[in-house]
Design a binder for this molecule. Structure first.
Ligand code: SF4
Length: 367
């Protein structure tokens, strides 16, 4: 599973690079320096800003709903979404509606949302050939800022292949380059956070993997500088870490949040549409319902001489190794390939429906 791989290999390694001890906490609640294994509630009023990373998936939505259930002051919250494909024209990886869905989700709760991305997105980074990574683009309350690379420290590099299942972050790079790194720079480069107490929220759950089960629920964030010159206090909090999937769907139901489209199509996990960890069933479903959607991926595999699959089977052949899901949600199918999100976000009338992908294991696993 993507999460298992992230948890066991990628995140701990990244954490070490950032000087953090992620996922190795002792199962007790008496950890030092603001570190708590279990912190299902925190004093939300103690924070000046609450930044909630919203992917558009059920767990990040549940994190928001949990805050609402805890009586959060809406004036303190802002949502952050990282655009995997960037905003420069690439449509290689993500669902076309992803940005607009998140925009409309934020609007439904009357919350500000700020997008951020690596210029050129996944595709631009993948095509790096003896060249430098591009700048980060960060939306802020004062407008869009561009964070250039520090050329005194940057080195030219080459990718020219899809992220690979590997312990080496140079080869398995998408989560860190397109999400974690973008969020880190967005925090570090806005002086509105200096001297402030910031709560940085993500939606991991212990149930998802054995390593995630050991995560701390509250701890200083990698960008915390509470004792530094900037006096920026940043806590990382995972408000649904202890929740079951049942609790997540129950929260969406109680708040009338209609299931995001991928779950309605039968995906058990929320990921990029063409996530490199898609299993054969998902590739088969994409090929069957969205003919031609895999061709660009297949063309890149041929150009690079390297497939996404570590078994060296190209994506089109992998898609023939399984039967597609049976999708009967016509509305969701129609929405799937549109960039404008036109379905309702909140259920106003009628009965709330558990989606086909709820409790399914299909969706995202190593090929
Ligand atoms: S391709 Fe998969 S692992 Fe990579 S950023 Fe997208 S969802 Fe995450």
């Amino acid at each position: 599973m993507t999460h298992s791989y992230d948890d066991l290999i990628v995140i701990p390694k990244l954490g070490r690079q950032l000087g953090l001890n992620l996922g190795n906490a002792m199962p007790q609640n008496s950890l030092a320096h603001g570190v708590y294994f279990s912190a299902p509630t925190v004093d939300l009023d103690a924070y000046d800003r609450i930044v909630l990373c919203i992917s558009g998936g059920k767990d990040s939505i549940a994190s928001l709903l949990n805050l609402i259930d805890q009586g959060v002051d809406f004036n303190r919250i802002e949502l952050w979404h990282h655009d995997v494909d960037g905003r420069e024209g690439s449509t290689l990886m993500d669902w076309p509606f992803m940005a607009d869905y998140n925009r409309k989700l934020a609007a439904a709760f009357e919350l500000p949302i700020y997008f951020s991305w690596l210029e050129g997105g996944f595709e631009g980074e993948m095509l790096k050939e003896n060249s430098y990574s591009r700048p980060h683009k960060i939306e802020t309350p004062d407008g869009l800022i561009t964070l250039e690379r520090d050329m005194s420290r940057a080195k030219p590099g080459t990718r020219m292949r899809f992220p690979q299942v590997s312990a080496n972050l140079q080869t398995r790079w998408c989560s860190s380059a397109l999400k974690i790194d973008v969020g880190r720079r967005a925090l570090n480069n806005q002086d509105r956070f200096d001297g402030q107490k910031v709560l940085f929220i993500t939606g991991e759950r212990r149930e998802e993997s054995s390593n995630r089960a050991k995560y701390n629920q509250l701890e200083p964030h990698a960008c915390d500088r509470r004792n530094g010159r900037k006096a920026r206090h940043v806590d990382a909090w995972r408000p649904v870490l202890h929740w079951s999937e049942e609790q997540v769907w129950d929260a969406l139901k109680r708040h009338g949040v209609i299931s995001p489209v991928p779950y309605r199509l039968g995906w058990g996990r929320f990921s990029c549409m063409k996530c490199v960890f898609n299993d054969a069933v998902i590739w088969a479903t994409l090929r069957y319902y969205f003919p031609g959607s895999l061709q660009t991926i297949a063309d890149y595999e041929q150009r690079f001489g390297t497939t996404i699959s570590r078994n060296r089977i190209n994506v089109l052949d992998v898609s023939h190794q399984a039967q597609p899901l049976e999708v009967d949600d016509i509305e969701a199918l129609d929405q799937a390939m549109r960039s404008e999100y036109t379905l309702p976000v909140i259920q106003r009338n009628g009965e709330w429906k558990l989606p086909a992908g709820a409790f399914a294991k299909t969706g995202c696993g190593p090929v």
